[in-house]
Design a protein around this ligand. Structure first.
Ligand code: G1P
Length: 914
C-alpha cells in the first residue's frame, strides 16, 4: 500500500531555515554539510549519507543515491530500552522501518534545517522516546562533523536506557569499495581512547607504490557535560554480530555488556564508532544529550585537543552559532524582498550553492557519483559569476590566474584542482576538446569589468598552459614531459606571458576559424552539453557559434571603451596571432570553410610546440574592427542559414550538425526536432531579430514546454539511436541532457529574454523553474535549484550546478535591475506586479563597487512591467532624478562614489504610471 506521509514544508524565518514534516522520500533527500577546511558530508532524514575530505579519504563509506536506498551502514544512535529492546534515535532500525507500513503506529520524522545545519526529530508510537539529532560541520580548521543527540522521555513512565552510538568508519579511498575492500581492512589499526575510537590504516594501499599512512579517522563522544563513554565495541563484525546487521546490531538488540567484547581482536578489522554510554533512567519529561564527533585528522594532531574543543554542550552550541553566522553572511551577501511567496528565502539557498560547488567540486554528493573532486573549466568560470556579484575585488586575482589554463591553440586544461591556479593535464588520458570552453572566460571577465569598471585587468599578464596535447588536441607531442613545467615557452626557453586580453583573443579567434562543412564552429568533443560527444569529425554547434559571435561583437565594444578609459591606442600580442587577424592585412573569404580551415592550420602550425617570442603591436581600432567583422559575419550567416520554418509556420534556430554532417533540428518526416540551447544564445546578444526571438519563444512553448510540469525541456525527443551525435540520446527521454528541464539552460534562456526586453516571457520561463524548485513536496529536494527536473517534476543532482550562479546573476542584474555597466551603476527594474509586496515594495540589497547598495522600489499602485516607469530616484536622501535617462537610472562611477561614501548607498526609486 502506498503511504500518505502527510508531508508538509514551511520556512520558519528570514534566514532560509525550514521545517519539512514527514518528508516522503527519506532515502533520497540530502543536505550538504561542509566547511572550507575540506570536510564534506551529506545527510538524509534517516541520517544516511557519507563524510569525506577527498576521493581518497572517505570517513564513512561513499554512497550514491542508490546506496541511500539499499545500504544500512548509516550514522545511527541506539537506545536499548530495558524491557522493550532496541530503538534507533534516527528511526533507522529494521523494526522501526517496518512500522512505516503498519498503519497502527504513528510516526513523526521532521527535518528542520538551515544554513548549514540539520536537525532530525523522530518519534514513533512504539516507544516513549523522542529524539532530536542535530548535525553540522563547524567552520574552523577541524575536519569534524558534530552530531548532537538528545533523547526525551515523552511517555508517562520511567524508562531505563543503554545508549550506544553506531558510526561505521570506512577510512580509505573510494576506489577501495570494490578494489581490495577486504585487504584494505587488514591494514587497519584500531585505537582505543577514553573518549572513543580511532582507526589508522598502517599504509595507504596503492599498488603503484604503497605509502605509510598519516591519517587518523575517528569517532569520539561524551555526554553533554563531558562525561566520557564507558567503553566501546569498535570491531564492526563483533558489534553487528553473526546474524545481525547495521539496522539490527546484536550488541544493541541483545544489550550485551562490554565485558563480552573484552580482548577482541582489533587489528585488521572493519571498524565502527560504537561508543557505549552509561545507563540512564529517564523519568517522564527527562532529557539526556550526547555529543558525537565524526572526523579525521593527521597523526601528528593531538586527539585530546581535538576532543576538548567539543566536549560540552556549551562549546558545541557556540560552534553551531559560528557556523550559522558564517553561512548566513554568505547567503545574505545579496538579499531580496519580494511579493513572490518564499522567494527571498529560496534565494538564500541559491546564493550558497556556488560556494558549495567550490568545496565539493562536481563530485561528492549522492547524485554526483562521478569525478574525483575538482571542477571542470566552464564550471570554474561560471561559478565566478556569483563571486563577482558578491565581491568583485576579491575575484580579480582568481580570474587572472584562471587564464593560465588557456592553451595557445585556444583550447584549455580541462580539470581544475582544488587550489587556485592548479590545472591538471588530461587526467584520464582522453584527448578531448569542448568547443564552448573558449566562450565562458569572456562572459565572466566582462561581468567583472562591468561591475568594477576595472579595465586594467585586460592588460595583466599570465602564461599559457602547455602539456603534451597540441593542435587542439588532435596530436600529442611525444617529446613533451610534464616535468618541463606546464607553461608555454618561447623558442629561447623562457615562459611566455601574454595579457588577459590576448588570451581572450586566442580563444575567440581560434574558434572562429575552426569550422566544419556548414561553416559553423566545429562541435569537437562536445559543447556545453557534455553528452553531445559523438560527432567529433563532422559535428558543428550552431548554438555556440552564436555565442562566440556575440562575444566577438561585445569584445569590439569593450576594446573601444578600454582605449578611451586607459588612454592607449595599441596593444601587444605575440607575432603569430596576427595570422588570425586576417581582415586587418588583406582580403578574407569567410564564406569558404576551406579558407578558414587553412588559416587556422597555418596558425596552429606556427604555435605548435612553442612560439617565437616576437611581439607585435596592433592598433586597437584595427583589432576591434577585425573582431566586429568576424562577429557580424557569423551572426549574418546564422540568421540566414540556420533559421528554420516549419510547415505549420513555427520558427526557431537549428542548433547542430551531427557526425554525418546532417542538420539536426527542423522538420524531419513531419516530426519537429528542436533544442533550447540554440534559441538561448541566438537571443542573448542580438543575433536573432525581435521577430525571431518572439517566434523562437512561441516554438519553445509549443515543442519544449512540458504539459505536466510546466518546465522547458532541453530538446524534443530525437529517438534513442543517435550515436552519430551523442550519448545522451540513449538516456531515457526526459532525464538529464536528453529532454529534461535542465535548469542551467533554462535560466540562461530567461536571462537572454530579459536582456532582449522580452520581460513577460523571461519571467514566465523563470517562474516555470521557480515553481518547480520551490514545490519541495513535489520535487523532493530542499530549497535551491537542482541540475534538472525530470518529467515527473523530481529535482535531480541538487546543489552542485551552474544554474545557481546564473540564477543569482539573472535575479540581481536583470530582474531587480541592479547592475554595472563599465563601472557605472545602472538601475533598471524588470519586475512584474506580483513581485511587489502588499505595500508595493520590492527590495534588493547587494554589493557594488565595494559598498552595500540597498535599493527600495516603491510601486504603490502595484503596476505591472511596461505600465510603470522610474519617476523619481534618490540616493541617501539626495535627489538624483536628473540621472534618469530613457527610463533607466545611471549613476556614474565617480559621482556614485561621492554620493555614497557613507559605506552604503540607500536608493529610493519611485515607480509610477509611465
Ligand atoms: C553539468 C556540468 C556542466 C555541463 C552541463 C551540461 O551542468 O557541470 O559543465 O555543461 O552539465 O552537460 P550543471 O550541473 O553545472 O548545471
Amino acid at each position: 500500500m502506498k503511504q500518505d506521509f502527510g508531508s508538509r514544508f514551511e520556512f520558519l524565518d528570514q534566514n532560509g531555515t525550514f521545517r519539512f514534516m514527514n518528508p516522503f522520500n527519506i532515502h533520497e533527500l540530502y543536505l550538504p554539510l561542509c566547511n572550507e577546511a575540506g570536510l564534506m558530508s551529506s545527510v538524509t532524514p534517516a541520517l544516511h549519507g557519507d563524510i569525506k575530505t577527498d576521493q581518497h579519504h572517505f570517513i564513512m563509506q561513499p554512497v550514491t543515491i542508490e546506496d541511500l536506498h539499499n545500504s544500512k551502514a548509516s550514522r545511527n544512535f541506539w537506545f536499548h530500552v530495558h524491557g522493550e529492546g532496541a530503538w534507533s534515535a534516527a528511526g533507522n532500525s529494521a523494526r522501526q522501518n517496518s512500522l512505516i507500513y503498519d498503519g497502527s503506529y504513528e510516526i513523526t520524522r521532521t527535518v528542520e534545517a538551515g544554513l548549514l545545519w540539520h536537525k532530525l526529530t523522530y518519534h514513533d508510537s512504539s516507544s516513549a522516546l523522542t529524539s532530536e539529532i542535530l548535525s553540522f560541520v563547524p567552520v574552523n580548521e577541524d575536519r569534524v562533523e558534530v552530531m548532537y543527540v538528545t533523547v526525551i522521555n515523552s511517555g508517562s513512565k520511567d524508562v531505563c536506557v543503554t545508549p550506544t552510538s553506531a558510526i561505521p568508519l570506512y577510512g580509505r579511498s573510494a576506489d577501495n569499495v570494490r578494489d581490495h575492500r577486504h585487504v584494505t581492512s587488514l591494514v587497519n589499526r584500531i585505537g582505543l581512547h577514553r573518549y572513543g575510537v580511532s582507526m589508522k590504516p598502517v599504509i595507504v594501499f596503492d599498488e603503484r607504490g604503497h605509502r605509510y599512512n598519516h591519517t587518523i579517522f575517528f569517532v569520539f563522544g561524551c555526554e553533554q557535560d563531558g562525561t566520557l563513554p564507558v567503553g566501546s565495541i569498535p570491531s564492526a563484525h563483533d558489534f553487528i554480530g553473526k546474524a545481525g546487521s547495521y539496522d539490527w546490531p546484536e550488541a544493541v538488540a541483545g544489550n550485551a555488556g562490554l565485558q563480552e567484547y573484552a580482548g577482541e581482536q582489533l587489528n585488521g578489522r572493519e571498524c565502527v564508532g560504537a561508543l557505549r554510554f552509561r545507563d540512564a533512567v529517564l523519568s517522564p519529561g527527562d532529557q539526556k544529550d550526547y555529543i558525537i564527533l565524526i572526523g579525521t585528522c593527521d597523526d601528528s594532531a593531538n586527539t585530546d585537543t581535538v576532543f576538548e574543543r567539543y566536549n560540552t554542550k556549551d562549546k558545541v552550541m557556540k560552534l553551531l552559532q559560528a557556523n550559522k553566522d558564517h553561512w548566513n553572511s554568505i547567503a545574505n551577501s545579496t538579499t531580496y524582498g519580494s511579493g513572490l511567496k518564499d522567494f527571498s528565502n529560496w534565494m538564500k539557498w541559491v546564493n550558497i550553492q556556488p560556494v558549495l560547488r567550490k568545496i565539493y567540486g562536481c563530485s561528492f554528493l549522492p547524485h554526483h557519483d562521478y569525478g574525483k573532486g575538482g571542477r571542470g573549466w566552464r564550471d570554474l568560470w561560471q561559478d565566478c559569476l556569483s563571486l563577482i556579484i558578491g565581491d568583485p575585488d576579491g575575484v580579480r586575482d582568481l580570474l587572472i590566474t584562471n587564464f593560465g589554463g588557456v592553451r595557445v591553440d585556444g583550447t584549455n586544461a580541462t580539470i581544475i584542482g582544488t587550489k587556485t591556479g592548479e590545472f591538471v593535464a588530461d587526467r584520464n588520458n582522453i584527448a578531448r576538446v569542448w568547443m564552448d570552453h573558449g566562450c565562458w572566460p569572456y562572459i565572466t571577465t566582462k561581468l567583472y569589468i562591468d561591475q568594477s569598471g576595472d579595465f586594467s585587468i585586460l592588460l595583466e599578464r599570465q602564461p599559457y598552459f602547455r602539456d603534451s596535447l597540441v593542435m587542439r588536441a588532435a596530436q600529442r607531442d611525444v617529446l613533451w614531459k610534464d616535468s618541463q613545467g606546464l607553461n608555454l615557452k618561447t623558442k629561447d626557453g623562457g615562459i611566455y606571458q601574454g595579457t588577459v586580453l590576448e588570451h581572450l583573443l586566442v580563444q575567440h579567434l581560434c574558434a572562429f576559424f575552426n569550422v566544419g562543412g556548414h561553416n559553423m564552429i566545429r562541435l569537437e568533443g562536445a559543447d556545453w552539453n557534455d553528452t553531445l560527444d559523438m560527432a567529433r569529425e563532422h559535428g558543428e554547434s550552431v548554438a555556440f557559434s552564436a555565442l562566440y559571435a556575440g562575444n566577438l561583437i561585445s569584445l569590439w565594444g569593450l576594446l573601444l571603451k578600454m582605449k578611451e578609459e586607459l588612454g592607449i591606442d595599441r596593444i601587444e600580442v605575440f607575432q603569430e596571432l596576427k595570422l588570425l587577424l586576417d581582415s586587418i592585412s588583406g582580403e578574407t573569404q569567410y564564406n569558404k570553410p576551406e579558407y578558414k580551415i587553412s588559416q587556422l592550420a597555418a596558425y596552429l602550425e606556427a604555435v605548435n610546440t612553442s612560439i617565437a617570442g616576437t611581439k607585435a603591436f596592433v592598433e586597437i581600432a584595427d583589432l576591434s574592427r577585425d573582431l566586429r567583422v568576424k562577429g557580424e559575419w557569423l551572426n549574418k550567416r546564422i540568421r540566414e542559414y540556420e533559421w528554420i520554418r516549419t510547415a505549420s509556420g513555427d520558427g526557431f534556430f537549428n542548433g547542430y550538425y551531427n557526425n554525418e554532417g546532417q542538420r539536426v533540428d527542423g522538420e524531419h518526416e513531419g516530426e519537429v526536432i528542436m533544442n533550447l540551447t540554440a534559441q538561448v544564445f541566438t537571443a542573448m546578444y542580438g543575433l536573432a531579430t525581435d521577430e525571431q526571438v518572439a517566434a523562437g519563444y512561441q516554438s519553445c512553448r509549443r515543442y519544449l514546454k512540458d504539459a505536466s510540469t510546466g518546465g522547458y525541456r532541453l530538446n524534443t525527443d530525437l529517438g534513442s539511436n543517435r550515436l552519430n551525435f551523442g550519448r545522451c540520446f540513449s538516456f531515457a527521454y526526459g532525464e538529464k541532457e536528453n529532454g529534461s528541464v535542465f535548469c542551467h539552460m533554462v535560466v540562461i534562456y530567461s536571462y537572454a529574454l530579459y536582456k532582449r526586453g522580452f520581460v513577460h516571457e523571461a519571467y514566465e520561463v523563470f517562474r516555470s523553474l521557480y515553481d518547480l524548485s520551490s514545490d519541495v513536496e513535489k520535487s523532493g529536494i530542499y530549497p535551491g535549484i537542482p541540475e534538472y527536473f525530470n518529467l515527473s517534476g523530481k529535482g535531480m543532482y541538487h546543489y552542485l550546478t551552474g544554474s545557481a550562479s546564473w540564477t543569482s546573476l539573472l535575479v540581481l542584474t536583470e530582474m531587480y535591475g541592479v547592475r554595472g555597466e563599465y563601472g557605472e551603476l545602472v538601475i533598471e527594474p524588470k519586475l512584474m506586479a506580483e513581485q511587489f509586496d502588499h505595500d508595493g515594495r520590492a527590495l534588493v540589497s547587494a554589493w557594488f563597487a565595494g559598498r552595500k547598495v540597498n535599493v527600495k522600489y516603491q510601486n504603490s499602485k502595484r503596476l505591472d512591467y511596461l505600465d510603470y516607469m522610474i519617476a523619481k530616484a534618490a540616493v541617501n536622501g539626495i535627489d538624483i532624478s536628473g540621472m534618469i535617462r530613457d527610463g533607466v537610472v545611471r549613476i556614474p562611477k565617480d559621482i556614485g562614489r561621492a554620493e555614497t561614501n557613507q559605506g552604503k548607498a540607500d536608493l529610493d526609486i519611485v515607480l509610477e504610471l509611465g
